[in-house]
Design a protein around this ligand. Structure first.
Ligand SMILES: *Cc1c(COP(=O)(O)O)cnc(C)c1O
Length: 442
């Protein structure tokens, strides 16, 4: 007779996937008609190993984050080392080297005016913190009217309420939560691709909003150069330069959300560098810990930090329980060291070339609207939404991990991916997109 514990263990082994389907939410999932969640046993380098023994080449970096791949010995060692000292202590009234070292790292890497760091526990919270900083800054200046945000359509800034309120009003969740979401100002998303296409018409509407409503606008918030989960759109640096100029002209703050683009993904350490601008507030997350732990950061200038501190209530009103978690900070430090020691610019530019060549055949297929590549990001935009009960399975069968959304099949592989794996990843996309096009025609 097995003991009770053994039989519980045995029944868990038998039933855990059913339990997962029936009881565990996954991102944007249904409890009644869930799409397949593939059971993962482990991950190593650019490979995700499924429970059934199948190996997948990772095209997603676990949503922009695992830039050095999985199970990295240096990152593992950093965590183990920190664990021997402490996993966590509260950050209220206490401090520790991992956090301070990370803050110094971030101040060093980001544009010069950014001098003060707030550690948050996820990207969405970093965006909440950024918005709160902007509003509290103006409050401290006696400008209590300044509570609106101005943003561009097709944006994505996270799933918490303030972050949701600046996500794209059509693609986002505005309708569902319209009763509770604050109303902000939306302007057309930039259409320009390269600086040569530049026309002032791009910026005319945003300029008009700033002219007429600056007195009630706390900040412009946007994702620089790459709009991620709102449509995987790339836009020209000149747009960003003009936004910076107009914000200065009208004394409105600029919040750059680099949670997806930060740490090299677009070919520059931060996407703001494409336009050579510095935001007043910068949000970082995702790749910050190399995909190991949840951690985010909001950086700001001395003007804002001192402004907030100089008047009532005299403190910045935020402080999460797990703020600056030492394990997360330690692995973030090791992650940044690894990145700086690597020839990341070359890796990204090789990936860019590989994606350009590898995805190009998709341009010929019916049902493909556009193929675009920037840095280590490759996007195949289709005419129609993807069948999420069909397409992910197609990728898994071909030994790659690609998770499309809406009408977008896109990849942002770990920077360490080699040319062969990248070619296989692209070949799988070309095949699946081709079959998808044929399915539509039939
Ligand atoms: C992912 C993302 C967020 C939200 O980060 P979470 O860690 O998922 O809360 C915010 N902004 C951008 C641009 C993102 O890509």
């Amino acid at each position: 007779m097995p003991s009770d514990q053994e039989s519980t263990q045995a029944s868990f082994e038998r039933d855990w996937l059913r339990f997962d389907r029936e009881h565990v939410w996954h991102p944007y999932s249904s409890m009644t008609a869930p799409i397949t969640a593939y059971p993962v046993r482990s991950a190593q380098g650019v490979r995700i190993l499924l429970e059934n023994g199948r190996e997948l080449i990772d095209g997603m970096s676990s949503w922009w984050s695992a830039i050095h791949g999985y199970n990295h010995p240096v990152l593992n060692a950093a965590l183990r080392h920190q664990l021997d000292d402490m996993a966590h202590v509260m950050f209220g009234g206490l401090t520790h080297k991992p956090a301070v070292r990370l803050a110094a790292h971030l101040i060093d890497l980001t544009p010069a005016p950014l001098q003060h760091v707030f550690f948050a526990d996820s990207g969405s919270v970093a965006v909440e913190v950024a918005i709160k900083m902007a509003i509290q800054y103006w409050y401290a200046q006696g400008e209590t009217e300044r509570s609106k945000l101005l943003t561009i359509r097709n944006g994505y800034h996270g799933d918490t309420f303030a972050a949701m309120s600046v996500c794209d009003p059509v693609g986002g969740m505005h309708e569902l939560f319209s009763g509770v979401l604050p109303k902000h100002i939306f302007t057309r998303a930039p259409q320009c691709r390269r600086d040569e296409d530049w026309s002032e018409i791009e910026i005319a509407e945003l300029q008009q909003f700033l002219r007429s409503q600056a007195h009630e606008i706390a900040a412009v918030i946007l994702e620089p150069i790459v709009q991620g989960a709102g449509g995987m759109r790339f836009y020209c640096p000149q747009y960003l330069r003009r936004v910076r100029e107009l914000c200065d002209e009208h004394d409105v703050l600029l919040i750059a959300d680099e949670i997806a683009t930060g740490f090299g993904r677009t070919g520059r350490m931060f996407a703001c560098e494409h336009a050579d601008i510095a935001p007043d507030i910068l949000c970082l997350g995702k790749a910050l810990t190399g995909g190991y732990m949840t951690l985010a950061a909001t950086l700001t200038t001395s003007r804002i930090a001192h402004g907030i501190s100089a008047s009532d209530p005299g403190v910045f009103m935020h402080g999460p329980t797990f703020m600056a978690n030492p394990l997360a900070c330690a692995v973030a430090n090791a992650n940044i060291d690894l990145l700086l020691q690597s020839d990341w610019q070359k890796h990204i530019s090789d990936i860019e070339t590989g994606l350009e060549q590898g995805l190009a055949p998709c341009r010929e297929f019916p049902g493909v609207r556009e193929v675009r590549v920037l840095g280590a990001i490759g996007v195949v935009e289709l005419e129609h939404p993807v069948d999420m009960h069909w397409m992910p399975e197609q990728f898994v069968q071909r030994g790659v991990w690609v998770r499309p959304f809406r009408n977008l099949v896109y990849v942002m592989p770990p920077y360490i991916i080699n040319a062969d794996d990248l070619a296989r990843l692209c070949a799988a996309i070309v095949e699946v997109v081709k079959v998808a096009a044929e399915r539509l025609v039939m």
